[in-house]
Write a protein that binds this ligand. Sequence first.
Ligand SMILES: Cc1cc2nc3c(=O)[nH]c(=O)nc-3n(C[C@H](O)[C@H](O)[C@H](O)COP(=O)(O)O)c2cc1C
Length: 213
Amino acid sequence: MHVVTAPAILYFGTPVVLISTRNPDGSANLAPMSSAWWLGQRCVLGLAKASQTTQNLLRTGECVLNLPSSDMAEHVDRIARSTGTDPVPEGKLRRGYRFEPDKFETAGLTQAPSLTVRPPRALECPVQLEATLEEQHPIAEQDPGWAGRGVALHVVIRKIHASADILMDDDINRVDPDKWRPLIMSFQHFYGLADGKVHRSELAKIPEAAYRP
Ligand SMILES: Cc1cc2nc3c(=O)[nH]c(=O)nc-3n(C[C@H](O)[C@H](O)[C@H](O)COP(=O)(O)O)c2cc1C
């Protein structure tokens, strides 16, 4: 039986992304987010417009999308409810956020130089995607309660770094989904994927190479 319900949030479960960007003073910022989806070699990021990450990305046009594995939840949690914005904006103060000038240090993650962009990679993350901003789109412009608060940033992946541990044994250009264990955020809590496939896949009969343009 279904009932009509009205949850305040609709975070049904998506992988966590740690976005690194450069602050105006040149230091690195790192922020968890999970409203991200992928299309070809591109990613669309749903972000609060006022966040330091959004401001940095709009100003510099560069970021690294670091994907933590499910065993890295503790690192992500250490920088939840923190911002690189000083002073902390009123709305975030009300929700218990604090200013954190060095989120790599607080998260216990290591900065590693990127090859094509200035923001650093988070070394411990099994996947690190160097990216540049292609387009920005306002979200919910017609909604008086939400207008001006959110933005969809469309980035292009320029360089992909992946731990050899998550790649196919016989193909360095394919991620093995039996080895990759993304950290999932579902309704504010952290989850991982269960081992193994739950069903055969018709889609998986298409060779991955067929997706290259
Ligand atoms: C697991 C997790 C997922 C989050 N997902 C998003 C998201 O998709 N979009 C967003 O704008 N903020 C998201 N946040 C909140 C940001 O991390 C928060 O606004 C943070 O202050 C941004 O840091 P910054 O101001 O230094 O950029 C998420 C936080 C956590 C812990």
